[in-house]
Write a protein that binds this ligand. Structure first.
Ligand SMILES: [Ca+2]
Ligand SMILES: [Ca+2]
Length: 191
């Protein structure tokens, strides 16, 4: 009796054992993959938020340097002239609400013809946000061949100007996980 039962245990995995293992694997995959995708998306959203704030701060800091005093009368030491902001739209020269890279590297996007430094040397020294502001990019972000700043989904950041964005008057956003602008998952500097 005992030896008879023992004989059965020499076989390899039974069908039911294989099914149990497969079920466990399928369950782990069902639980684990969505969780992994979710965590990866959350990490990218967090990185996008860091990038958006960093770019906004870099633009604000750079803009401070471009404030200029005009109308000061050297003959009247008591006058201070008027502080004016210049180059407010220099980060989006072509007005397409995409943060510019180096215009001389981007011959497709319709920049004003005379902005291309290569076509008109000396006309402009503007080389795009990344090279003008000298920002150290946070992790998960990058730049493309046009030297545009890319979010964690490798999409260039959006940019918009207006009084609604506060004293800096500039809003920066990532298109978010759906890679489409002006949808609910956008990562915006102003909200
Ligand atoms: Ca642009
Ligand atoms: Ca979006």
């Amino acid at each position: 009796m005992r030896s008879c039962m023992g004989a059965h245990h020499h076989s390899a995995f039974t069908l039911s054992e294989v099914l149990v293992v497969l079920t466990v694997i399928a369950t782990l995959a069902a639980l684990g993959l969505p969780a992994w995708f979710y965590m990866r998306t959350q990490a990218r959203v967090g990185a996008a938020r860091t990038l958006v704030v960093a770019v906004q701060n870099a633009i604000a800091t750079y803009d401070l340097k471009t404030w200029q005093v005009i109308g000061r009368d050297p003959a009247s030491p008591g006058t201070f002239g008027t502080l004016v902001r210049v180059d407010i739209n220099m980060w989006d020269l072509n007005g397409d609400q995409v943060l510019d890279g180096d215009p001389s590297l981007d011959l497709v996007t319709p920049f004003p013809a005379d902005i291309h430094a290569s076509a008109n040397p000396g006309r402009t020294t503007y080389r795009g946000f990344y090279d003008m502001a000298g920002l150290a990019l946070p992790s998960r972000s990058g730049i493309n061949a046009k030297r545009q700043v890319l979010d964690p989904w490798a999409i260039p950041l959006g940019i918009r100007f207006g009084a609604e964005f506060g004293p800096a008057r500039v809003g920066i956003w990532s298109y978010g996980p759906d890679k489409v602008t002006a949808t609910a998952d956008d990562v915006c500097s102003w909200k």
